[in-house]
Design a protein around this ligand. Structure first.
Ligand code: CMP
Length: 142
């Protein structure tokens, strides 16, 4: 069964350029429910840990610098088949090849400055959600 959560980051580049509102509006329009959200600046160490999966790749150091460059928005999103559905909404990693109307096409500048992150698997969605949010910080119906 497909999971129903995914984690997104609205990256420092997008925050700096005033894209938080327009990106959140599109997330709402696409029927994702925000179940947790924070506005924080990552330390270098936190950015290294979050992207540890890419350690050793040629873009890793630049990615860590870019992601700890300023505040970002992190949100936990809920929807049926959330990972796949959100990856459709954000489009390809490189804005140049992302489909028209996707978040990375609309708001990204380059593969490094691609505006948003979205989890790439259910397993990583859970790992990333646990990285940023405690159970107490997540909205639950009671
Ligand atoms: P994101 O979804 O945040 O996950 C890893 C990030 O690495 C990716 O988006 C890109 O912003 C960044 N990145 C930088 N260079 C590359 C590259 N050549 N290929 C893939 N991802 C890259």
């Amino acid at each position: 069964m497909k999971g129903n959560i995914t984690l997104t980051l609205i990256k420092p580049y997008a925050v700096k350029n005033g894209y938080v509102g327009p990106i959140l509006a599109r997330i709402n329009e696409a029927s994702f429910r925000i179940i947790a959200m924070k506005y924080i600046k990552l330390t270098r160490c936190q950015a290294e840990e979050f992207y540890a999966i890419h350690k050793g790749k040629n873009f890793y150091k630049k990615l860590v610098v870019f992601m700890s460059d300023g505040p970002l928005v992190v949100a936990l999103l809920e929807k049926e088949n959330a990972v796949e559905s959100y990856r459709k909404l954000i489009g390809a990693t490189d804005p140049k090849v992302a489909a028209e109307g996707t978040l990375r096409k609309l708001f990204g500048a380059s593969v490094e400055m691609n505006a948003v992150h979205g989890s790439d698997s259910d397993e990583n969605a859970i790992r990333e959600a646990n990285f940023f949010f405690s159970e107490m910080e997540r909205f639950h119906e009671c």
